[in-house]
Design a binder for this molecule. Structure first.
Ligand code: ADE
Length: 195
């Protein structure tokens, strides 16, 4: 049986809906999907990133010297690992839907910011080695980790998180979301055959 829920944008809504989902239903695993900004040269628009790990990239300390990413005031470390089996299933599904080129596994950075800055993309690469940035995954990951429920996050790139991100997002939002949806449907089919 599958329960489908819609998060809304941002970490608060993602965490809220994840909490409600896990408290109301007897959930064995969670697949979370949507679109993201591609970070770095390899992740182009309509490419796919399967999040092996996630980080809350806006977590840290703001001082007179500016923002510094830090877990000093964090209770869970702000970094999370997806379930390895779910990563493999979703990765295989992505390759079947989209072909091997343009499908990546790696780190997804989540923050309550729409990223439209080449400078910030450089920060996300340097600080975390991120492949994609979005606004929900790590929040969902935080809640699932708290509940000890395996999860995976899959994203299709709608933009490059750069100066053209707003236009690219508007043009590709539906196409990128449809691609993510097809992959999750295929992954569910694979899961059904395993169980
Ligand atoms: N989701 C899709 N594109 C994004 C971006 N550039 N920044 C944050 N979230 C996104």
């Amino acid at each position: 049986n599958v329960v489908i829920v819609k998060s809304g944008m941002g970490k608060v809504l993602a965490a809220s809906v994840a909490t409600a989902l896990l408290m109301k239903y007897n959930i064995s695993s969670v697949m979370f999907t949507g679109i993201a900004g591609g970070v770095g040269d390899e992740t182009k628009v309509l490419d796919i990133v399967v999040g092996e790990s996630l980080v809350q990239s806006d977590y840290g300390i703001m001082s007179k010297d500016g923002f510094q990413w830090s877990t000093r005031y964090s209770t869970d470390g702000a970094r999370y690992k997806s379930d390895k089996k779910l990563v493999e299933i979703v990765y295989e599904a992505a390759v079947e839907v989209s072909g091997k080129s343009g499908v990546f596994k790696g780190l997804i950075a989540s923050g309550d910011q729409f990223v439209a800055s080449e400078e910030y993309v450089v920060f996300l690469r340097r600080e975390f080695g991120a492949l994609a940035c979005e606004m929900e995954g790590a929040a969902l990951a935080s809640v699932c980790s708290l509940f000890k429920i395996p999860f995976v996050v899959l994203r299709t790139m709608s933009d490059k998180a750069d100066g053209k991100a707003h236009e690219s997002f508007a043009a590709l939002i539906d196409k990128a979301a449809d691609k993510s949806c097809s992959i999750i449907l295929k992954a569910l089919d694979k899961l059904k055959r395993i169980h």
